[in-house]
Design a protein around this ligand. Structure first.
Ligand code: PEP
Length: 257
């Protein structure tokens, strides 16, 4: 009942060196066909050091796979040793960039202000941010998952215009479900994803809310994807562990078939 195109995004995290990335992308390219790409957008989010290799395969073989970075600097360039700018990602043909992944929030102390600055940096370089929000276990146990996730959305989209927000991708990733094998129920995913969409309608308007793709992430596998994708406000998945197995990731791209 919606015109939103499903998006399956594989977050490789700090896995696969550039040679492994080439082999992995070639396996995906061999297995995925036009019918798959007609139905779903397939995105890879490799480590920075793999992006050039992925770009070469995508361009050389005219693959319909898109790709992006797992993070970016809030700055566009300059004396920021170790950081990578949105301009650099754009130059490598990136479509997407993850912003505010829970592992960045946890291990690199990224707060809502920094996440907001990174969202703005992504837009400056025509990258589509995949904005990650989601509560930890104590918040879930206290029933605060909606308030927490909505507040992270508010913080990240501060000063983002309706025109920009229309293209954002939001990923609801309950931290307790990431890499734990503990998947949220379809109803859990729908509860927060629908609340996030309702909040987008308040922050902007119904048209923006209806256009934005909202993904679920957290221990998604081929045997639990169908129920999650059945939910009306879930438009795809952000997949960590299972995206490292090409066969499994292809199955995820064929959810419900
Ligand atoms: C993630 O890190 O975005 C993620 C969803 O990981 P996993 O699928 O391994 O839980």
């Amino acid at each position: 009942t919606t015109a939103r195109r499903p998006l399956m995004a594989g977050n490789w995290k700090m896995n696969l060196n550039h040679l492994e990335a080439i082999a992995h992308t070639q396996k995906l390219a061999f297995a995925l066909n036009d019918k798959d790409f007609d139905r779903v957008d397939v995105a890879l989010l490799p480590p920075f050091t793999d992006l050039r290799s992925v770009q070469t395969l995508v361009d050389g073989d005219k693959l319909r796979i898109v790709y992006g970075g797992q993070d970016l600097s809030r700055h566009d360039g300059g004396a920021y040793t170790g950081d990578v700018s949105g301009a650099m990602l754009a130059k490598l043909g990136c479509t997407f960039v993850l912003v505010g992944h829970s592992e960045r929030r946890q291990y690199h102390h990224e707060d809502d202000d920094l996440v907001n600055a990174k969202v703005l940096a992504a837009y400056r370089h025509s990258l589509t941010p995949i904005l990650c929000v989601g509560e930890g276990l104590p918040v879930r146990q206290a029933g605060g998952q909606v308030a927490h996730s909505v507040s992270q959305l508010d913080g990240a989209l501060r000063t983002v215009t309706a025109e920009q927000a229309r293209s954002v991708v939001v990923a609801y990733e309950p931290v307790w479900a990431i890499g734990t094998g503990e998947v949220a129920t379809p109803a859990d995913a729908q509860e927060v994803c629908s609340a996030l969409r309702a909040r987008l309608a308040e922050l902007y308007d119904g048209e923006v809310a209806a256009a934005v793709r909202i993904l679920y992430g957290g221990s998604v596998k081929s045997d639990n994807i169908a129920g999650i994708m059945d939910q009306p406000d879930v438009d795809g998945a952000l997949v960590g562990g299972a995206s490292l197995d090409p066969g499994e990731f292809v199955k995820l791209c064929r959810f419900g078939e």
